[in-house]
Ligand binder design. Structure first.
Ligand code: NAG
Ligand code: NAG
Ligand code: NAG
Ligand code: NAG
Ligand code: NAG
Length: 455
């Protein structure tokens, strides 16, 4: 009996005390906040229109997805948190089982119309579907978005450049009378937190994020919050893929000074190397935007190397022209020389024969008496005698002498082959090589200096 009475009491108290407001719906029905109640979503939630709504903003950078220099486009992936006060929302958590915050569909409440000035494309991802309200009336919206924004890039020092891109948050239509903006984090915090959440940074290295608040000076202007993202390009790939190959081609061009000037090999080699640089220049054209008031240093580098190689090509052509000139004038003279040397050879040979004849005559004298034959008839006999071991030795010696003489003559003519213009060309070659090396060194010192300053 007592048990049933107790149970009944328990059941009864449960029935008569239904106001255990423990569900979110209870909170909403207390606030009379429904989707149909458009009072909440239509206008700025202030009880006196003279109160501005303070919107505090926090922006973190999740990733630098892309930077397109050619289109001056900067695509970061950012996470934003907006907080403001809704003066119509208040409840006591003690009346509602301690519930101090509720999530709602994003379109049930008024939201500040913040936009980003630099944004050129609407974020394609749907906005966050929920917002959170707390018992004191503070509303919070978290959103992450892929921002396609425009950013003026300075590519003068490409690929050793540091870019700064602004993201300017402001209201679309509300002036400072209605909406005041507050940055909830300062620069050092924003940088630190962004570093913590940073997911990917492939080409660009995130350096820091600056936060600047620009307060409206009067009630008709607007507040701005400018987030300045500073990033540095990872240049190693550009060095390996672009700067070094151009340098190597220049080294090849230098090496071509070791190739002989005669024949067209040096010329065609240099032209090939020059064309290779042109191909690299075409690649460069695809990277760099056309709109830059200063010629980027990398273009100066490329065109400088190109000009140097062109210079050496022109020099080769000049040298070849001079040597051609020489060989034309030489052809006639060398013809003469060759004929004269042949004559000389003939002369020597004749002399030898003559001496042979003399020898033969001496021998012939011995034979003469016995046979009484004419010298002409004896000639073959003389030849035969020359085959005899005694005279063969002296004959060989003379042969050697002839050979040596003709060799000497040959070398003399070869030396004489270097005519005036060829010598001139060789001088030009040497002088140009020194000039070329000096110019290249100066050019590279200049480029190094330029790339290292004004950073
Ligand atoms: C439940 O909410 C109502 C208002 O909607 C309030 O009057 C009542 O006191 C609350 N009950 C409890 C137990 O807090
Ligand atoms: C919202 O309320 C839940 C429980 O009531 C709590 O765990 C959570 O921390 C609250 N969130 C915020 C942002 O206050
Ligand atoms: C970015 O914002 C800062 C601060 O307002 C300003 O000084 C700078 O000129 C802006 N930079 C660009 C590229 O708009
Ligand atoms: C930023 O805020 C933190 C804490 O709020 C403070 O310790 C730090 O000094 C601030 N930094 C600057 C540059 O104002
Ligand atoms: C702008 O106003 C807020 C308060 O309204 C203040 O904290 C902040 O320092 C001001 N900023 C500047 C740049 O004056």
């Amino acid at each position: 009996m007592l048990w049933t009475a107790f149970l009944f009491l328990l059941f009864f108290t449960d029935e008569v005390c239904p106001e255990k407001n423990c569900s979110y719906q209870d909170v909403l029905s207390f606030l009379k906040l429904t989707k149909k109640n458009e009072l909440f979503s239509m206008t700025r939630p202030v009880q006196n229109y003279k109160h501005p709504t303070y919107v505090s903003l926090e922006v973190l950078l999740y990733a630098i997805l892309d930077v397109v220099e050619k289109e001056q486009k900067f695509i970061p992936y950012v996470w934003t948190v907006m907080r403001w006060h809704n003066e119509y929302i208040y409840w006591d958590p003690n009346h509602f089982c301690g519930i101090d915050n509720v999530s709602l569909p994003a379109d049930t409440l008024w939201k500040p119309d913040l936009t980003i000035e630099e944004m050129t494309e609407k974020d394609k991802a749907p906005p966050s579907p929920y917002l959170t309200i707390n018992n004191k009336g503070y509303v919070e919206v978290q959103d992450d978005m892929v921002l396609v924004s425009t950013c003026r890039m300075h590519i003068y020092q490409f690929p050793f450049d540091i870019q700064k891109c602004n993201l300017t948050f402001k209201s679309i239509i509300h002036t400072a009378k209605d909406i005041r903006l507050l940055a909830s984090d300062n620069s050092s915090e924003a940088t630190e937190w962004s570093r913590e959440v940073m997911r990917t940074q492939y080409e660009w290295l995130f350096l820091n994020m600056g936060v600047t608040t620009i307060n409206a000076t009067d009630s008709v202007s607007q507040d701005f919050i400018v987030y300045t993202i500073t990033m540095k390009r990872r240049s190693i790939l550009y060095i390996v893929n672009f700067l070094l190959p151009v340098l190597f081609f220049l080294c090849l061009d230098l090496a071509s000074f070791m190739v002989s000037d005669s024949g067209g090999e040096k010329l065609s080699f240099q032209v090939t190397v020059l064309l290779a640089v042109t191909v690299l220049q075409l690649i460069l054209n695809e990277i760099l935007p056309a709109s830059s008031n200063k010629i980027p240093l990398i273009a100066v580098y490329c065109i400088g190397v190109f000009a140097l190689m062109l210079l050496s090509l022109l020099e080769t052509i000049l040298v070849m022209y001079l040597m051609e000139k020489d060989s034309v004038s030489k052809d006639s003279s060398s013809d003469r020389k060759e004929s004269s040397s042949e004559e000389f050879n003939k002369h020597v040979i004749f002399h030898n024969h003559h001496r042979d004849m003399n020898k033969w005559n001496q021998c012939g004298c011995i034979h003469d008496g016995s046979t009484g034959e004419t010298p002409s008839e004896l000639l073959p006999v003389a030849k035969e005698t020359s085959h005899s071991p005694l005279s063969a030795e002296s004959h060989d010696f003379e042969k050697e002498l002839t050979k040596m003489l003709s060799l000497l003559l040959d070398s003399r003519t070869k030396e004489e082959k270097h005519g005036y213009w060829t010598r001139m060309a060789q001088k030009i070659n040497t002088v140009f090589f020194i000039f070329y090396i000096t110019t290249i060194s100066m050019f590279f010192v200049f480029m190094y200096y330029k790339w290292n300053t004004e950073g």
